[in-house]
Write a protein of this length. Sequence first.
Length: 158
Amino acid sequence: MREGEQLFAVLEQAFAAATQHIHLVYYIWEADYTGERLRNALVQAAQRGVTVRLLVDDVGSRQANARFFAPLLAAGGQVERFLKVNVLSRQLNLNNRNHRKVVIIDGTLAFTGGMNVGDVYAGRGEPWQDLHARIQGRWCIPCRKCFVRIGITQPAKI
């Protein structure tokens, strides 16, 4: 997929069809219309009993704070930040960011590419094009490994 609006519509459909889990890793998740739209689709999935686990970068997703994700947390979803920035620390990790964008649904469907979540990537202003791939079957295994590796080694509660 080359356009964000197309990707986000396909993701919403995939979230609606999920039966077991949705795991997501995003560098940037904006607290705007598109961010709310996808968050709300995840809330609906969590309310159906689907396990939803979202990892966002602490710097790239700074505006999408705990209040923004409160509906997802209230529905039973998990939201964690990776590479959390501590301004009191000598190691700020500002240049050591994780720019991955990965979605895994039920272990058999995955999406990855260059698009983050936000209005700019949906083309709700200036036109935006990037690539995002839909992956099915055994080719999802590397995406699952990526999520597990990040989720185990780097998360911090939102």
